[in-house]
Ligand binder design. Sequence first.
Ligand SMILES: [Zn+2]
Length: 320
Amino acid sequence: MKDLHELKLIRELTHFRDDLIQCHELDRVYVEGNSYPIIAFSIGNQSDSVPTLGLFGGVHGLERVGSHVVITYLTSLFKQLSWDQELRETFKHCKIVSIPLINPGGMSLHKRSNPNGVDLMRNAPTESNSENPTFLVSGHRLSARLPWYRGEEGRPMEIESQALVNFCKDQFFNSPATITMDFHSGFGMKDRLWFPYARTSAPFPNIKQVQNLVDILDETIPHHIYQIEPQFDSYTISGDLWDYIYDLHREENKENNSILIPWTLEMGSWIWVKKNPLQIFTAGGFFNPIKSHRYDRTMRRHMLLIDFLFRASRNYQSWK
Ligand SMILES: [Zn+2]
């Protein structure tokens, strides 16, 4: 089987033997005679009703750096669990769940979409009510040959999308508080933290909790680099998976007090290209840092944010 560098790193993570770490193969994607697993991790208390942090990457096959940030964090965490008893104690009361590479087939083909040509982040059954959709970018059903294709009308979601939705339902739909972060790259000069909605500028029901979280982030990490905004500030889209998962979770939790805040980190790749224009001629050069010092800096800079979010998910009373 043709192997993928990122899957090799993820397989190495599955070899850690620790009773706090569970690995799951959620499904497999078949591409040109090869098959690639969608691998998930659940670390800590396995109940679906503990505070949870979710880390996701590789929805878009060209954006390898997102998977790398998640894999780097998990590798460090797994090593730390081998010696840090306080951390082990912490995980008795909470968990981190993760799918570091949601679209391995797309990544193997050097494509943004999955192998069927579907942009997974346009694939959910949610419709934008925007009066100003951006041509193609907002999602369309014209042709799988064009980028941002949503898939055929009325068809079930793609297996990668469905695997993500099912995993979220299994892992944290009864949690008192869950924060998820989905790592992407490509849009703009800055690193942006986006919160819902992507499909509409109508108020997001948990905007107050988002503001509380942003306040404690600003106070705790005053020199952070993130521009924080609702996703619709940049563009609106139909079929956003996190809009869909957020709405599903909200629908199922009308009666109780569970909360889910799904975030997207869009790493601004234009700055990498600006500083090293020739990289656009390399594979994935538009979406990933190529020079090693820039790659290292990218791996380092988001670790602090992930640690903050892990603490915030455990201490949800402070912002919920
Ligand atoms: Zn993306």
